[in-house]
Design a protein around this ligand. Structure first.
Ligand code: NCD
Ligand code: ZN
Length: 345
């Protein structure tokens, strides 16, 4: 008999669905596996108003394959000039589920991000008051801080003071990559949680740099050394409700990745659940998979869990070397490898 696992339908608490032809190419992959997703606002131009959030939500709905059952949860991109009342209105009207803090210059399309957290103090106060989640790209951007240290320094310089000053604010420390982040979130109060990507559970920085430079293993925050990966695996599979699924699936055209200045981002949406489940199986923690994928996220956001269920079967699955993109190819995470599980639906 085939082994199989049935769990409540999961959600993805951090995804880049892009726009236009790229959105058309990738939306179905996320909607196939996930009921809802927190959709990142780092378009060009970024999603900074309620009107832009609503228009983007409608473009996502229009790009979904016929019959898809998927709800995009929209986010507002914070800038130095974000109006706290715009954020309040977006949340109260049900357009925005969360706000996204990109330190200016930290990653793809973050040029309009926040240059100093003091500039969004009024917004954060309103968010704390109304119970709206802040999603944080947790890296400092100072040129004098080594890229492998940027997350750990962000905790000390930004996150710890923020949480002390606004103890009501709900904060998701996104796509964590270090043992420092695991320790910080574990020790923080209940209003602080973290998402973890499949890539940071599978690869360390060697995957990027050994035997040639491998742009498809490059994302931000960059993968760190092995001890950090092991700490992330322990946290994700521990059963702690502070850690939940956020793929950070971030598609870029093949030629934009395989370039002298390649874009950051790993496209992991097509086999996301298979990828995560492999980790839980290897760690002997399959019993904690449903919590990580389907229960902890809704609980943190104060949303109902999904009623539908999905099944994964223990059947070897071949990941293609590339998938079709808009006039290009998209190279998925695990390209050319085989995974032990298959998402059935
Ligand atoms: C993301 C992108 O391409 O939009 N890239 C990435 O490496 N994760 C931006 C981000 O989440 O940092
Ligand atoms: Zn991201």
């Amino acid at each position: 008999m085939t082994d199989s696992l049935t769990i409540r339908r999961p959600d993805d608490w951090h995804v880049h669905l892009r726009d236009g032809a790229m959105l058309e190419a990738v939306a179905g992959h996320t909607a196939r596996q996930f009921a809802r997703a927190i959709v990142m606002p780092n378009l060009t131009p970024p999603v900074t108003t309620v009107a832009a959030g609503e228009a983007y939500r409608q473009r996502i709905m229009a790009a979904l394959p016929a019959g898809a059952d998927f709800t995009p949860l929209m986010t507002c991109y914070l800038t130095d000039n974000t109006d706290p009342e715009e954020v309040r209105r977006g949340f109260q009207q049900g357009v925005f589920t969360a706000c996204k803090l990109y330190p200016a210059g930290a990653t793809t399309n973050s040029d309009s991000g926040v240059t100093d957290i003091a500039n969004i103090r009024g917004v954060l106060e309103v968010m704390a008051e109304i119970g709206m989640v802040l999603c944080v790209h947790g890296e400092v951007t100072s040129a004098d801080i080594d890229i492998f240290d940027r997350e750990a320094v962000f905790i000390e310089r930004i996150l710890k003071p923020l949480i002390a000053e606004l103890p009501q604010l709900k904060v998701v420390f996104e796509h964590i990559t270090t043992s420092e982040a695991v320790d910080f979130v574990t020790g923080a109060p209940d209003n602080v949680a973290a998402t973890i990507t499949p890539q940071h559970l599978h690869i360390n920085r060697n995957a990027m740099l050994v035997g040639g430079i491998r742009p498809h293993a490059y994302c931000l925050p960059v993968a760190k050394r092995e001890a950090h990966r092991l700490a992330l695996r322990k946290a994700a599979t521990s059963g702690s409700s502070k850690f939940f699924l956020g793929t950070d699936s971030a598609p870029h055209a093949r030629e934009a990745k395989e370039s002298a200045c390649g874009c950051a981002g790993i496209f992991n949406a097509p086999f996301a659940l298979e990828s995560y489940l492999a980790v839980f199986e290897e760690e002997g923690a399959i019993e904690h998979f449903e919590g990580f994928a389907s229960l902890h996220g809704p609980r943190f956001y104060g949303l109902p869990v999904n009623e539908a269920q999905v099944t994964l079967e223990k059947v070897e699955t071949q990941v293609p070397a590339a998938l079709p993109g808009p006039d290009t190819q998209l190279v998925p995470f695990h390209a050319g490898e085989s995974l032990r599980w298959r998402f059935v639906g």
